[in-house]
Design a protein around this ligand. Structure first.
Ligand SMILES: Cc1ncc(COP(=O)(O)O)c(C=O)c1O
Length: 389
């Protein structure tokens, strides 16, 4: 049974609460291995030993060598280090990204555009899946770098990373994958993937905020973007967050033991789709969709799209946490660029909501959510229509 607050929290794609075991592991490490791991005295060596233990655990769980793992402050930093760090070792050329990237990738791509790179956006289909023909057509000079989101945060689509990676390999083009939504939700062995660089963050899998990783395939050149100490093999300066990395390792260890959230997600999705006016966005449940993720377009009794933000606020009034689009873009325009790229109209693209589950949820939690959503939509008949759009 989840705590009452967690039972109504359906926004795990934005962030997750650290689990008790993670908090305990971090408290223990923070009090015993608090010293600077670069220091050559006893407390420093103890911290270095603990850091190495966490690094080895993460490397084992992620299927990479410990030297391939660079500790960062989270997904955004890992993505910037991947793109800017790899590009700094190459002649400026063409960078390919998709039309449904997280804003962190778009921002890093803009930096490269300022440095003489040509950034080309690959289209997606109506489910948010990459057009592989468009990729094939552009995997030739001057393309030198591709960066793609694996699990799309807003519409849950999982790109065919193996197929994409093989194409990039065959063309001699470096591939970075944003796996921030995938880590902890899908088994991942870096050494088996045709991917050169891969970003992840602990806070999406009940680990702490403030720590992430960039996996860098051995032999792939990467220039550090922060000056200072020579930590992380010179690829990321700064005193390492020993306790946060221990929390990350514990969270990933626990995530591996959890049953897939799809077992709860699938019946919940069926109940939601039975509500008039609700449609799924992104791929149907299965191998092309994140297992904890539901994304919907919502229309009112008149069949016209509602405002996703209005619905989120109404659900919050009833104590439920869901989200409209991605948390990171919820302060911008109401129409989601991701839904627009998938071919939705401007009004539809403002009517998206996301419901993302955690391992603590029960079928009863899902039923309570459906009841609250149904109540909200029923009440629409009494609300002036303009306040809902
Ligand atoms: C797909 C994706 N990439 C990158 C990020 C950024 O990660 P962070 O918040 O750890 O910086 C997020 C966060 O929402 C995300 O969902």
């Amino acid at each position: 049974m989840a705590s009452p607050a967690l039972a109504t929290y359906f926004d795990t794609s934005a962030t997750t609460p650290p689990s008790e075991a993670v908090l305990r592991a971090m408290a223990e490490v923070q009090s015993t291995a608090w010293a600077n791991p670069s220091s050559l005295h006893g407390p420093g060596l103890a911290a270095a030993e603990q850091l190495e233990r966490s690094r080895q655990t993460l490397a084992m769980l992620l299927g990479c060598d410990a030297e391939e793992l660079v500790v960062t402050s989270g997904g955004t930093e890992a993505i910037h280090l991947a793109l800017l760090g790899a590009a700094a070792t190459l002649q400026p050329g063409r960078l390919l990204i998709s039309a449904v990237e997280h804003p962190a990738t778009q921002a890093a791509a803009s930096r490269l555009a300022e440095r003489g790179w040509q950034v080309q956006i690959l289209p997606v289909d109506c489910q948010g899946l990459l057009d592989l023909h468009a990729l094939d057509a552009l995997l030739a000079p001057p393309t030198r770098l591709v960066s793609l989101i694996w699990g799309q945060n807003e519409v849950g689509s999982l790109q065919p990373i193996e197929a994409i990676g093989s194409r990039c390999r065959a063309s001699g083009v470096l591939l970075h994958v944003d796996a921030v939504q995938v880590l902890g939700h899908r088994p991942l062995q870096f050494r088996d993937l045709p991917v050169d660089l891969l970003s992840g963050a602990a806070h999406k899998l009940q680990g702490p905020r403030g720590v992430g990783v960039l996996l860098v395939r051995a032999g792939v050149p990467l220039q550090g973007q922060l000056g200072g100490g020579g930590q992380e093999g010179g690829r990321r300066a700064g005193t390492e967050p020993v306790a946060l990395l221990a929390g990350f390792a514990k969270a990933l260890e626990l995530a591996r033991q959890l049953p897939s959230t799809a077992r709860l997600r699938d019946p919940l999705l069926d109940q939601l789709l039975a509500i008039p006016g609700i449609r799924l966005t992104g791929p149907a449940p299965g191998p092309q969709r994140l297992p904890h993720h539901i994304s919907l377009l919502v229309a009112g009794p008149d069949g016209q799209p509602l405002s996703g933000r209005w619905l989120v606020a109404e659900m919050a009034r009833q104590g439920f946490a869901i989200s409209s689009g991605s948390a990171c873009s919820s302060s911008g325009s109401a129409a989601s660029p991701v839904l627009l790229a998938m071919g939705c109209s401007e009004a539809e693209a403002s009517s998206g909501v996301r419901i993302s589950l955690g391992p603590w949820h029960t079928p009863a939690d899902g039923m309570a959510l459906v009841a609250a959503l149904t109540r909200t939509l029923d009440r629409l008949r009494e609300v002036p229509v303009e306040t809902t759009r």
